[in-house]
Design a protein around this ligand. Sequence first.
Ligand code: FO1
Length: 316
Amino acid sequence: MIECVALSGGVGGAKLALGLSKAMDPASLLIVANTGDDFDHLGLRICPDIDTVSYTLGDLANPELGWGRRDESWSFMETLKTLGGEAWFNLGDRDLALHVERTRRLQAGNTLSVVTTDMAARFGIASTIVPMSDDDVRTIVDTPGGPLAFQHYFVRERCEPKVTGFRFAGASDARPSPAFRGAFEGRDPAMVIICPSNPFISIDPILAVSGVRRMLEASRAPVIAISPIVGGKAIKGPTAKMMDELGMPATALEVAKHYTGLIDGFVLDEADREVAGAVRDLGLGVLVTNTVMKSLDDRVSLAREVIAFSQQVSEK
Ligand code: FO1
């Protein structure tokens, strides 16, 4: 029975998802990963956020890079470069095996949900990890130079172009994945957690999938978001840069405003304590705590606090 549905992008989301899996019965946790970043490259289906979450919960993640596997070797990429191949997107040798096998299974007619849950089981993960949808949704980044496919913006162009907006191609025709829908059918989960991921490129694609907002709004489960912005900076990645370019102040308060209408509670860092009142004025429950997750203990203790906070919010 699913008690907690966690919406997650890559690194920051995966850290809290790991904490949640250790702070509750892991079998009652459903992690819904963004697939707007997915793309086909060198004939392979690459699903960066699913893989970051799976490697993190499977204790296989590369802590230095924030993506891919630890104890990685790079013979494939080195050889590809000598052959004049496309080398802007790095696929480690061990990581490559996952993309090859996933692509084979998708081509054999399996859904991305089936492939993802089977891989997670093989990594020894007791929680369920699923894509937001089994249908293709692709994030497109609008820039003054024209639209860019997400990984072209993020990796090839190193997030350098100014962003003017985002689109999620296919989202309005996509259905939430069966396990995502199933978590809200019959009985509601006890809580929905929006992990401290980039709101624009990690969480908004999930919310854009047809029916997802309605499903969350209709649910009695409290929806709690954790700010990815701490003291005006993103812990990792381009969230603050994007907010700046979109003409928003890069603050935790602005993230809370972005989610207004959807969330019931907001978690912000001690460093942003001064905006707690303004967040409360938006009609939201507020938890101020340490949200910077450096160690495993930090992840578990933040997860415990978020769970307790969601119970408080739901009792109101
Ligand atoms: N990010 C990079 O900055 N450079 C890379 O070469 C790169 C390769 C890569 C390979 C597999 C994978 O699952 C993720 C990879 N990422 C890489 C990360 C990824 O593209 C982004 O961090 C996410 O899409 C943003 O959440």
